[in-house]
Design a protein. Structure first.
Lengths: 207, 705, 116
């Protein structure tokens, strides 16, 4: 693969996309920088969570509240959505028909929404068991971290819907291409955050 | 049926009690009347200032121009200027507050005239404004204006985002300003430590004002940081390698990196405090597992790098100013770059020194203390580099240079007191005393503020095409320097005598003489600011005699001096090719400066169209924050929705670029080159006379090392 | 630059590249799946001592993060040193902030513990 085709991480369109590939460079780099800033945000929230593990104040702890099956399903959903987004990226890069691109994107949104549904269900059952964020420092920290990721996913879903609408309006033009490429980074990045969440919060909490 | 809360209280908790004079009218005690009068005076200054500004704009029918040429402009130069204007407005307010605090303490033996709450608001707003709404906008403005010109770029990478950053920062500033008129600001200091700022102990709107003002400002700064960093990475002119960048651009890069990585901890800390206050979470509360110590940790994870966000651009300014006015290339460029980078990294490893006394292990204190002292090394390297730059140069004592020399002398003293404070043992003795206040003002005033004012003088002719009045500038500079020394050196002694910071009143008579001196210093500093205002007035009045359209009034080194003053909107008619450091000096020496390009060298230039995103998102951000402060939930909902809709709509925007035709570029350049040809070059001896029309004579150039 | 004179060999190249890209995604998903299932199984079915399990979870998570970076975000060592530098620099700062916070707060928890 030529150097030209790999100018920034994420999916490069390749030289056959001409000037779109050029304008992608600064935008993608800028978006990476934003993601790194976001990563520090998550890092600090993780730090708060890790330092609040003992602050249950007599309230329910990880073992009372976490449901490993639900988390496993959520993990698979996100992983599947990463794959479908990957397929959407390939459809964009290799100029498949727009319907196919939109199909993959719609599938991704559905998977994202399903993930959010499971997560909301988790929260509801935690609430039912007395796991309210106002109960203890530990639960406050939990409800900072996991819903922050959830909010990001929700934002990503909304962005996806907007992009699909833009595709319907303008077809595959420069802006939609760049939008999809940035959202792809965002989506895969959120999956990485989720790896940290299911490992550090749920699995370590249930060990 | 229950009536929804927002219908019962359409204005949330906003009522007559929020007005600054209400309490005075209800309970006219002596103290209430005095504090009421001061608060009302301040509020009416805001109101009158706003009304007068609006009246003037309406009277001269400037609204359309203001909107289409300034507020919606994505031009980095105009955005930069607006940032600096914001900084000056906020500086005026915070400086008056400082003088008021000094007055209170000068007469504070056994009482004084301000109530403790009022005094606490003063130091909280003073600190918050000076850091977030004076220093940050000032340096952001200067970088915005200068950095793209120095690297030979047409604009920053994301011009509309740049305008949005300004909108958010201005919204935060407006929030702090309106807190003068409605309700009270936080009394928790600029770092707002819980649990004091929790709802239990500060149930009012004060901490909420603080939280949302900071949130808006830090969002703006994060975007700015990303924007600048990408610009420096991706928009440099051909040949402008990293090691050929002017030092100011280097410091801008390092500051941007700090902004990108240091703002998130602040966002987390303030967001968690907000969750505590609004939804009853327990991050920093006293009960149910809250841990207020984590707030200090998170805040200073941001707070310490923030200090370097502020100081690094000033270091960059001094580097440019000292080398220009010494007529020499910068000594030890490479070491200055290394030192800047070292400071950038080290600044993330020292945050504990802000809370040595909190109770952590002595080993932790020792390690962070040593790391703090280490920062002295790269900073020391810089001081020596600047001194060697001046050494055997033909130093011209212009206004920016006076600030720079004042900085070097005073900053070393401040650095020394910093080394003392970096020792945890000593810190335990002087922690929370005015010794600390003296130390950080000794870094912030000669370091940051002098740097920014120096930059203002240095680049003003570039931005507006005429020079600032030199005499008033010198008066102001000396007032700043002497005023600073009078105001803060006594505080070192007072701190060692045991005076705690933020003291509204005291019973120790021996404080009085030193407090008096410090008050005199504060008066002098207020005079200094007044001199700057007079200077601006006189400079505008006399601008016909100080025009420098040719663009190079100081015999500058870097690319921003190689174009007209003020520069055209697209900056460079033809993007320059850079072959070495000090690109413009080089082209002046080899005769390639002011050359007319070949006729076919011109090309159409693509520029971003104006966008209302900045002012719109700023206004919506303000409404959102204001609604949150006063619990006006319908306003919160509407503003949040509006933000969302605006951003989505922007996604559908196409055709956001416009073309400047090559022919117009050629005409602009011809007009400028004709002026250059008609201009008499001036030697450095005539630099501050009316003879200086922005063209430097090459004959008497001092040693080029 | 593209001209519409794409020869058939160009198109074959493109198709070959597409196949390679697709396989890369499959690899990514496969590896990620394994790296997910193993720690979940470890926690759910095998009741081993705490410390080794925690270590395993941490190690597997790190590997999975690398897998995601490699196969989904296409980060490599051969290209784009600038972006790799950005990532490593961010990682460095993140480690400093995280480790520092945990160290400090752990020390404070030990020495400043409030009576519960």
């Amino acid at each position: 693969m030529s150097r030209e085709a790999m100018r920034h991480p994420g999916l490069n369109l390749g030289s056959h996309h001409g000037s779109d590939q050029d304008s992608a460079e600064r935008l993608m780099f800028g978006f990476w920088v934003f993601l790194m800033s976001d990563a520090v945000l998550f890092g600090m929230v993780f730090a708060t969570y890790l330092t609040s593990l003992d602050a249950t104040a007599g309230g329910p702890g990880p073992r009372d509240l976490y449901d490993i099956k639900s988390i496993f399903v959520e993990t698979l959903l996100l992983l599947a959505s990463s794959f479908t987004f990957g397929m959407a990226s390939l459809a964009l890069k290799y100029r498949h028909p727009t319907q196919r691109l939109v199909g993959w994107l719609v599938l991704t949104v559905l998977l994202g929404v399903a993930f959010l549904g499971f997560e909301l269900h988790d929260v509801a059952s935690m609430f039912a068991q007395g796991g309210l964020p106002t109960r203890s420092g530990f639960l406050s920290a939990f409800f900072d971290l996991v819903p922050l990721h959830g909010l990001h996913v929700a934002g990503g879903c909304l962005w996806l819907v907007c992009l699909i609408a833009q595709l319907a309006r303008y077809g595959v033009d420069r802006e939609t291409k760049l939008g999809i490429m940035r959202l792809a980074l965002f989506w895969h990045f959120l999956d990485i955050i989720w790896i940290a969440i299911f490992s550090v919060v749920y699995l370590a909490g249930l060990t | 049926m229950m009536i929804p809360n927002f219908l019962q209280h359409p204005l949330g908790r906003l009522d007559l009690d929020a007005l600054p004079f209400w309490k005075m009218l209800q309970q006219p005690t002596h103290a209430n009347v005095i504090n009421g009068i001061i608060a009302t005076g301040a509020a009416s200054m805001v109101v009158v200032g706003t009304v007068v500004t609006f009246a003037i704009i309406t009277r001269y029918r400037w609204w359309r121009r203001l909107w289409s040429e300034w507020l919606t402009s994505p031009d980095h130069k105009k955005i930069g200027i607006m940032y600096v204007v914001l900084a000056f407005v906020m500086l005026s307010r915070a400086l008056i507050e400082a003088a008021l605090m000094r007055a209170q303490q000068a007469f504070g033996l056994g009482g004084g005239f301000l109530s403790p709450d009022h005094f606490a608001q003063l130091f909280s707003t003073h600190g918050t404004i000076m850091i977030f709404f004076m220093a940050m906008p000032f340096l952001t403005g200067i970088i915005n204006y200068v950095m793209p010109l120095q690297i030979g770029a047409r604009d920053v990478s994301f011009p509309v985002l740049n305008s949005i950053s300004l909108g958010l920062t201005a919204a935060g500033a407006a929030l702090v300003m309106i807190s003068l008129c409605l309700g009270t600001f936080s009394t928790g200091g600029w770092f707002g430590y819980p649990p004091y700022t929790e709802a239990t102990f500060s149930p009012g709107v004060g901490p909420d004002y603080w939280i949302w003002a900071l949130t808006l400002a830090s969002l703006g700064s994060t975007f700015t940081g990303i924007n600048f960093a990408v610009t420096i990475y991706k928009e440099r002119a051909p040949g402008m390698t990293f090691m050929r960048m002017p030092l100011f651009t280097w410091t801008a890069l390092c500051t941007s990196i700090l902004m990108i990585f240091a703002m998130p901890p602040l966002t987390v800390a303030t967001a968690q405090l907000a969750l505590d206050r609004y939804l009853g979470f327990h991050y920093f509360t006293n009960a149910l597992g809250g841990n207020m110590m984590n707030f200090a940790n998170l805040f200073w994870l941001f707070g310490h790098p923030e200090v370097y966000i502020l100081i690094l651009p000033a270091f960059g300014v001094y580097s440019e100013v000292i080398s220009t006015f010494s007529g020499k290339v910068l000594f030890g460029y490479r070491s200055l770059v290394m030192a800047t980078m070292a400071i950038t990294i080290l600044s993330f490893t020292v945050w504990v020194h802000h809370f040595f006394t909190m109770g952590q292990d002595a080993n932790i204190n020792a390690i962070f203390g040593i790391a703090s002292m280490l920062i002295g090394i790269p900073t020391g390297v810089k001081i020596y580099d600047w001194m060697w730059t001046m050494f055997r140069g033909r130093v011209r004592f212009t206004v920016p240079m006076i600030y720079s020399i004042g900085f070097m002398l005073l900053f070393v003293l401040g650095g020394m007191s910093g080394i003392l404070l970096a020792d945890p043992g000593i810190d335990y003795q002087v922690h929370n005393s005015v010794f600390l206040v003296a130390h950080f003002h000794n870094m912030a005033v000669p370091g940051v503020l002098f740097g920014m004012i120096s930059a203002y003088h240095f680049w003003f002719p570039k931005a507006f095409g005429f020079r600032l009045n030199e005499r008033w500038g010198k008066v102001a500079a000396w007032c700043w320097i002497v005023g600073f020394m009078l105001a803060f050196f006594p505080l070192y002694a007072l701190g060692l005598m045991g005076m705690p910071r933020r003291t509204v009143a005291y019973t120790e008579a021996s404080y009085v003489p030193l407090e008096g001196l410090a008050f005199l210093g504060a008066i002098l500093v207020v005079i200094a600011l007044s001199c700057l205002i007079v200077q601006l007035w006189i400079s505008i009045r006399d601008r016909a005699t100080t025009r420098v359209f040719a663009g190079d009034p100081w015999d500058g080194h870097s690319l921003e001096w190689s174009i007209s003053s003020p520069p055209p909107e697209y900056n460079f008619a033809i993007v320059p090719r850079v072959t070495d450091r000090d690109a413009f000096t080089l082209s002046k020496e080899n005769g390639s400066a002011y050359k007319r390009p070949d006729a076919d060298a011109y090309a159409d230039i693509e520029l971003p169209k104006n966008s209302a995103m900045g002012p719109l998102l700023g206004a919506m951000g303000f409404a959102l924050a204001f609604g949150l402060v006063w619990h006006i939930w319908w306003m919160v909902l509407l503003a949040a929705l509006a933000v969302l809709v605006t951003m989505i709509a922007r996604g559908f925007a196409r055709d956001t670029w416009r073309i400047v035709p090559a022919e117009r570029v050629r005409q602009d350049l011809d007009r400028w080159l004709a002026t250059v040809t008609a201009t008499t070059a001036v030697s450095r001896a005539g630099e501050i006379s009316v003879a200086n029309r922005g063209l430097a004579a090459r004959s008497d150039v001092g040693a080029a090392t | 630059m593209i001209k519409s004179t794409q020869s058939s060999s160009d198109r074959d190249d493109l198709r070959e590249q597409e196949r390679r890209d697709f396989r890369s995604y499959l690899w990514g998903v496969g590896l990620a799946l394994v790296l997910t299932v193993v720690p979940f199984a470890l926690v759910h079915w095998l009741h081993l001592p705490r410390l080794p399990v925690l270590t395993a979870i941490g190690a597997l998570a790190l590997v999975q993060i690398l897998v995601h970076f490699r196969f989904f975000l296409h980060i490599g060592f051969r290209h784009n040193r600038e972006d790799l530098q950005l990532l490593l620099f961010s990682a460095l700062l993140l480690v400093i902030m995280l480790a520092g916070t945990i160290w400090i707060m752990a020390s404070l928890a030990l020495r400043m513990a409030l009576p519960t």
